[in-house]
Design a protein around this ligand. Structure first.
Ligand SMILES: [Fe+2]
Length: 448
């Protein structure tokens, strides 16, 4: 199997330490921009939805994880404070319980984060960046930067659910866009290298690299748009059990689903609430805030299906010219604002057809960024999976109750998004920044 190349593997010594420091600093800047910079103590302590933690829990939790892994584990330093470990252990307290916990106040949590960060930087200055799986290429530091950025995405979901005056303002600069040459792309049959054994900060569930077989199939060039999704609604899609799997139909009826979360009727059009502002639904934008059941029903209505996880990854990484799997659709280079909508600042996906420079070699667009994409696949370990650094990171979630999401959303940071990155959630979830694209089998002789 051809080997992969990655930018991060080439960094060593001071250059690697500098990259780690940059990532940690960027994640903290973003944490503050979503918490103490924009909301007061009352808002940060409130639970804006039973689905989410109070923001002040996320805030102190990222610091506590940093203390556990970087200060205590990698650094071997004295604990900053052990009395709060239990409060901020996600497995001890479900989100619904968190508002009633004796959480740190905002100022105290802020001081705690500062103290931990100072010690983590001190550890970084002298830590070996090789020697075991936790320290190799700064893995633990990369894991913690990703963890904080993932919580920033979760905090954005809380902001989206929050009622009240808007506090977040997006930039309005246009994004690169070009018409789609075709609605679908043919992905050829054959094996490809799925997952990774060399990406330094890849998490346990992305490993190891292994050969996967995929039959030829057609994949939508862009994610399904809000306009296309509105056509499904207008055609009675929410009222026709033919399109829904049995559990999905039962859930649709029980939950009274009529449209994506945050959509509302406005005369004969659709409007949506987005970060406290009500606006017409942009019909050219990828649809967001649909459950797996809704995505699956749409696909069946359209005469298609959701892609499997292996199909999605082959479309995103496989380069037919070399037979190699690349880090991203556009190649091995890290994401830039010209290539993908990541990082959270825009507060929305870009129109379908955006970022032509970020297309895969076969021409599939927006696989990275914009919206997480539901796949048909259950979350499981790859052949040869080993849990690391702890079982609760991924392994305890393996099973048919979780569906895999791929590609990252506009709210995901580049450090926590790559061609191999895997996310998972319950098929009923809608508050995450999730859409989908459709696939269909190729006919005999196509792409063989
Ligand atoms: Fe966490």
């Amino acid at each position: 199997m051809p080997t992969e190349l990655t930018g991060l593997t080439e960094l060593t010594g001071d250059a690697l330490r500098e990259r780690i420091a940059t990532e940690l600093t960027a994640s903290r800047r973003r944490t503050h921009a979503l918490t103490t910079d924009v909301l007061d103590e009352a808002e940060l302590s409130a639970q804006h939805s039973p689905l989410m933690s109070p923001l002040v829990w996320d805030f102190a939790h990222v610091g506590n994880q940093e203390e556990l892994w970087l200060v205590r584990d990698v650094g071997g330093r004295e604990p900053v404070r052990t009395d709060i470990d239990e409060l901020y252990d996600a497995f001890q307290h479900p989100r619904t319980e968190r508002p009633r916990l004796p959480l740190l106040g905002v100022a105290e949590a802020d001081r705690y984060l500062g103290t931990v960060r100072e010690k983590a930087f001190d550890v970084l200055a002298g830590a070996p960046l090789a020697g075991d799986r936790l320290t190799d290429q700064g893995f633990a530091f990369g894991m913690i930067a990703q963890h904080e950025q993932q919580h920033c995405e979760t905090m954005l979901a809380t902001h989206q659910l929050r009622a009240g005056e808007p506090v977040l303002d997006p930039p309005t600069a246009p994004v690169p866009w070009a018409p789609l040459p075709a609605a679908e792309v043919l992905i050829p049959a054959g094996p490809f290298a799925m997952g990774t054994s060399v990406e330094p900060w890849a998490l346990d569930n992305e490993r190891p690299a292994h050969q996967a077989q995929v039959a030829a199939f057609w994949l939508d060039t862009a994610p399904v748009s809000a306009g296309d999704y509105a056509a499904f609604i207008a055609d009675g899609g929410y009222h026709d059990p033919r399109w829904w799997v049995a559990e999905g139909w039962a859930h649709r009826q029980r939950a009274g689903l009529q449209a994506p979360l945050f959509w509302q009727r406005d005369g004969d059009r659709w409007a949506r609430r987005r970060f406290g502002r009500v606006e017409p639904v942009p019909l050219d934008e990828p649809v967001q805030h649909v459950s797996w059941y809704e995505a699956d029903a749409y696909a069946r209505w359209a005469g298609k299906r959701l892609p499997t996880e292996a199909e999605w990854e082959k479309a995103a990484r496989y380069d037919p010219a070399t037979g190699r799997s690349r880090r991203y659709p556009w190649g091995d280079a890290d994401p830039t604002p010209e290539l993908a909508n990541l990082g959270g600042a825009r507060l929305r996906p870009a129109a379908a057809g955006a970022y032509p420079a970020g297309a895969s070699p076969l021409g599939v667009r927006q696989l990275i960024g914009d919206v997480w994409e539901w796949t048909a696949s259950d979350f499981t370990g790859y052949p040869g999976f080993t849990a690391f650094p702890y079982r609760e990171y991924s392994e305890v979630f393996f099973g048919p109750e979780y569906k895999v999401l791929r590609g990252g959303s506009w709210a995901a940071d580049p450090v926590a998004c790559r061609g191999t990155f895997r996310n998972w959630d319950y098929p009923v979830r809608r508050q995450i920044f999730t859409g989908f694209r459709c696939a269909r089998d190729a006919a005999a002789g196509e792409g063989a």
